[in-house]
Design a protein around this ligand. Structure first.
Ligand code: HPA
Length: 266
């Protein structure tokens, strides 16, 4: 099962990028498009899980990579409605071995104020009703993967080496169901559980990537204080303002990371 690579897709991507590609970015809220970079082309990947997944090939200076906005290019797909299996399967079929995911989050830990960008290493999954495995006995035989360390592969260490703040691990991401934000009591429960940031999209994405043997890590953009941690209601205007700031920091890190990866156009 894990060998689902499609050599024609791999070759097509290689033609578009003038280079074999094995690194992809999954964009979250605020990352529907990456206008800062040149678009080299796109590829629609048919898959067993639903509509074709569009992969875009981007180029930043001498580096090319695959880009996939998980909420769609018009930010219309809610977190619980994302076809995570289709996305991860399409990336693997196209030859992607490493994925950096951007995830907007609310800050819970006191030093993770809005505007921070941090790298989670653990996850607690509070989401429900999502298609969360390839190994369901229907598409592929039942199997059980190890997920003790869900995010700390080689890419995590590379990303940690280029980050600007030293947010100490452990740093736990709590994945809520959304699309509504949490209640204050839900955030208090997460605090008791040891959750540091809360978002809606890291699961089942990270687990599915592990099932297919993709080296996956997350850069979490703190765009608000989580519910009940400030006097005020959480406003989407405030979130979008912080997103702009966090996006600039995140892209700086991405450009630095790219220079460490083997995705240079020769
Ligand atoms: N909760 C859940 N997801 C989020 C939040 C939040 O406060 N902010 C951004 N994504």
């Amino acid at each position: 099962m894990r060998e689902i690579k499609n050599l024609e897709l791999v070759a097509e991507l290689k033609t578009i990028a003038a280079k074999k590609l094995d690194f992809a970015v999954i964009g979250g809220s605020g990352f529907q498009t990456l206008d800062e970079v040149e678009k080299l082309g796109q590829l629609d990947v048919a898959n067993p899980f639903g509509a074709a997944v569009r992969l875009t090939v981007l180029r930043y200076q001498q580096h090319s990579f695959v880009f996939l906005p998980r909420h769609g290019s018009d930010h219309s797909v809610a977190p619980h409605s994302i076809n995570y299996r289709a996305n991860i399967w399409a990336l693997k079929a196209a030859g992607i071995e490493q994925v950096l995911a951007f995830n907007a989050v609310g800050g819970i830990r006191a030093d993770l104020a809005p505007g921070s960008v941090c790298i989670p290493d653990q996850i607690i999954d509070y989401s429900h009703g999502r298609e969360a495995t390839f190994f369901d006995g229907e598409h592929y035989p039942l199997d059980h993967i190890d997920l003790t360390e869900p995010l700390r592969g080689p890419l995590y260490h590379r990303l940690a080496a280029v980050q600007e703040n030293n947010f100490a691990t452990p740093l736990c991401y709590g994945c809520s169901q959304g699309p509504r934000l949490e209640t204050a009591a839900e955030i208090r429960r997460m605090q008791r559980d040891g959750v540091d940031v809360v978002g809606m999209t890291l699961m089942p994405e990270a687990a599915l990537a592990r099932e297919l043997g993709i080296d996956y890590c997350s850069l979490a953009l703190v765009v608000n204080w989580a519910a009940g941690l400030t006097e005020n209601d959480i406003s989407m205007d405030d979130i979008y303002r912080e997103l702009v700031h966090c996006k600039a920091t995140s892209l700086r890190l991405l450009w630095r990371l790219l220079s460490q990866l083997a995705c240079k156009i020769s």
